[in-house]
Design a protein around this ligand. Structure first.
Ligand SMILES: NC(=O)c1ccc[n+]([C@@H]2O[C@H](COP(=O)([O-])OP(=O)(O)OC[C@H]3O[C@@H](n4cnc5c(N)ncnc54)[C@H](OP(=O)(O)O)[C@@H]3O)[C@@H](O)[C@H]2O)c1
Length: 324
């Protein structure tokens, strides 16, 4: 089978297409024929060993000190269950599924995944490309906004990076939760962010964070541009700063902060099947739609990686697999 691989860390040119043996469904596993995958921020960070903040050393310890431990790339997928291993009860051959495999291997014609990992039935009515656009940004936005921030009806959230991989879904999910949304993005994305449902848009090239009026219940920074001091200054009493990338500065601020009435919370997305099911329910309710910036065929994966690494895109970057 064709699979996206890399033998060393580096720029998009380290990305290769290799012929690998097709995996098999072991006990408790599904073999999935992948029809669409994606390239997301975690994928390019892994490829470049560009682990953010305090993850610089732990990242290499986890994923390979001098070169990648798992040469297979890709974390998001949508496809059809081809076979199931012994003991699988929740899925059957022919099921259309989507999911997230943070350890890699999803950008391939086939992937074997554990039944109890982040895999779930695809939302009704979506194409494979659309379903593959959801897991990374959708899961992160849903879990951070609803579970970690408890965002509620009528609260005002500032979403920094509102047009990106996570922000595109964060704007929609915040609106689905009934919040008032201010989205921060670049000059070319203002209309796009309004189209996602944002109530207000801010162009970061014209307006500095320090010049915003403040009074937010939640500051959700998906880019890593707000310092803790800046973000806390934008919150109303009782508000929360939720950064997606954090280093020693944010950890120090969080440790110093527990007695103050403006909070910082540092979290990592758990990537769970039950949250994929919640995403599918939002799609079914018409409250969330996949947003695709560009589709690349698998053999143009280097261009897809280069695009994601620019940190300027409007939604997900999809890799379409060769048809069987
Ligand atoms: N903690 C966790 O569990 C977790 C989970 C998932 C992701 N993450 C992290 O979250 C981050 C977000 O990923 P992503 O895929 O959403 O990133 P992304 O797609 O690269 O973000 C792009 C967004 O950032 C904006 N942007 C670019 N430069 C900017 C600047 N100088 N100032 C303000 N905004 C700027 C872009 O605006 P324009 O294009 O409009 O200019 C766009 O809205 C990643 O670093 C990822 O590692 C963490």
């Amino acid at each position: 089978m064709k699979a996206l691989t890399y033998a060393r860390y580096g720029g998009p040119d380290v990305v290769q297409i290799s012929d690998l043996p097709r995996p098999e469904a072991g006990a408790g596993e599904l073999l999935i024929r992948v029809h669409a995958s994606a390239v997301n921020t975690a994928d390019w960070r892994l490829r470049a060993a560009a682990f953010p903040g305090i993850m610089a050393i732990p990242g290499r310890l986890m994923f390979g000190l001098t070169r990648p431990r798992n040469p297979q790339m890709g974390s998001e997928f949508a496809g059809v269950v081809e076979a199931v291993g012994d003991g699988v009860t929740r899925f059957a051959p022919g099921d259309r599924v989507f999911g997230m495999q943070p350890n890699g291997g999803a950008s391939a014609e086939y992937i074997a995944v554990a039944e109890d990992s982040a895999v779930a039935p695809m939302p009704e009515g979506l194409s494979f490309d659309e379903a593959a656009a959801l897991p990374f940004g959708g899961l992160c936005a849903l879990v951070f906004l609803q579970d970690f921030a408890n965002l509620e009806q009528g609260q005002h959230v500032l979403i920094i990076g509102a047009s990106g991989g996570v922000g595109t879904y964060a704007v929609q999910i915040a609106k689905a939760l009934g919040a008032e949304v201010t989205g921060v993005s670049g000059p070319d994305s203002q209309g796009f962010v309004t189209g996602l449902g944002a109530d207000h848009v801010v162009n970061y090239r014209e307006t500095r964070l320090a010049d915003l009026p403040g009074g937010y219940d939640l500051v959700f920074d998906t880019v890593g541009v707000a310092s803790p001091g800046q973000a806390l200054g934008l919150l109303k009493p009782g508000g929360l700063f939720l950064p997606l990338n954090f280093g020693l500065r944010e950890i120090g601020a969080a440790l110093m902060n527990p007695l103050r009435d403006r909070k910082i919370r540092l979290e990592v997305n758990p990537d769970r099947a039950e949250d994929l099911t919640r995403l599918a329910a939002l799609v079914a309710a018409g409250k969330l739609r996949p947003v695709i910036d560009t589709r690349f065929p698998l053999d143009e994966a280097r261009a897809a990686h280069a695009k994601v690494e620019t940190r300027h895109r409007q939604g997900s970057i999809i890799l379409t697999m060769p048809e069987a």
